[in-house]
Design a protein around this ligand. Structure first.
Ligand SMILES: NC(=O)c1ccc[n+]([C@@H]2O[C@H](COP(=O)([O-])OP(=O)(O)OC[C@H]3O[C@@H](n4cnc5c(N)ncnc54)[C@H](O)[C@@H]3O)[C@@H](O)[C@H]2O)c1
Length: 277
């Protein structure tokens, strides 16, 4: 998708926090795209990232367009760090309307025997604990804001097994965490929703996906289109904004349809060989 250019100022005056707001390399990762679109809609954006320089690229793109963003550096797997960063960010934002829990990645590859307990725990901390830490730290400020929106970036790996020891299980738990938050705080007007990215081309994926792997990923989904970070960001912007006021607890795959296709139909799409008709 080409970089979206329109801005509608839908979120003028709103404050947002995005975790993992930098990108792991050249190009546009999910947190960067989400931060840029939030800013274009008029929100002030607090950029949370482990790495100041990565977040600085996002900040410079935002401020270069005349919008406001500030970096808060720290590890979102650390609950105390999250509490301190959120306190500072809320002071700067003035008010908090949107929290996007975007940090997540695999930790340790291979079968169970190859994955040491520390690597497994890191996977759970990155993909589930981070959302707990951040939502817990931000909830009081969120409930005092106007938007009252939490958007969690889970994965299709949370609903379909890929043979991962911690990534898929943590993403599945993040999906359920989203529903639990929706129920826990619904009466106070807070909405919590999850976006499930499918096969998305981001700087992180570019590091390990060969051209053949990319082509296979593209072909296996019904749309036959390669997704990018803008596709995810557009869904997040909708779920976070006022038009989604009646949507909570939703689990939205943004995946070209890959979670809906039967394995045999996917085989057909890849090989052209007819298995089902
Ligand atoms: N890329 C895909 O194909 C794909 C598919 C499904 C789900 N997802 C999910 O989408 C989300 C975004 O993935 P992405 O690859 O676009 O990454 P991203 O580009 O959005 O985020 C990368 C940033 O996160 C920061 N970060 C990493 N660990 C951190 C930590 N502990 N604390 C603070 N910051 C940290 C890094 O420094 C980096 O700047 C993840 O939750 C991922 O699991 C991605």
């Amino acid at each position: 998708m080409p970089e979206p250019v329109k801005s509608y100022d839908r979120l003028a005056g709103w404050g947002a926090i995005v975790t993992g707001a930098g990108s792991l390399g050249e190009g546009i990762g999910t947190g960067k795209a989400i931060s840029l679109l939030l800013a274009r809609e008029g929100a002030r954006v607090a950029l949370f990232d482990l790495d100041h320089d990565r977040a600085a690229e996002t900040r410079d793109l935002i401020t270069g367009q005349g919008a406001e963003a500030k970096i808060f550096t720290g590890d979102v797997t650390d609950g105390e760090a999250c509490a301190a960063m959120v306190e500072e960010a809320v002071q700067w934002l003035g008010r908090l309307d949107i929290l996007v829990n975007n940090v997540g990645m695999g930790a340790g590859a291979g079968r169970l025997e190859a994955i040491a307990p520390a690597a497994w725990e890191r996977g759970i901390a990155l993909n589930l604990g981070s959302a707990y830490n951040m939502t817990r730290a931000a909830i009081t400020a969120l409930l005092a804001g106007e938007g009252k929106a939490v958007v969690n970036i889970a994965s299709v790996a949370g609903v379909l097994a890929h043979g991962t020891a911690s990534y898929g299980p943590a993403k599945a738990a993040m999906i359920q965490f989203t529903r639990e938050i929706a129920v826990m705080y619904g009466r106070e007007g807070l909405r919590a929703n999850a976006v499930l990215p499918g096969h998305i081309m981001t700087p992180l994926v570019e590091r390990f996906a060969s051209p053949d792997a990319r082509e296979t990923r593209r072909l296996i989904a019904p749309l036959g289109v390669e997704g990018d970070a803008w596709d995810i960001a557009q869904a997040v912007i909708f779920l976070a904004g006022p038009e989604a006021r009646f949507i909570s607890g939703a689990i939205l795959p943004v995946d070209g349809g890959v979670t809906q296709i039967a394995p045999l139909a996917a085989y057909e799409a890849l090989t052209g060989e007819s298995m089902t008709r």
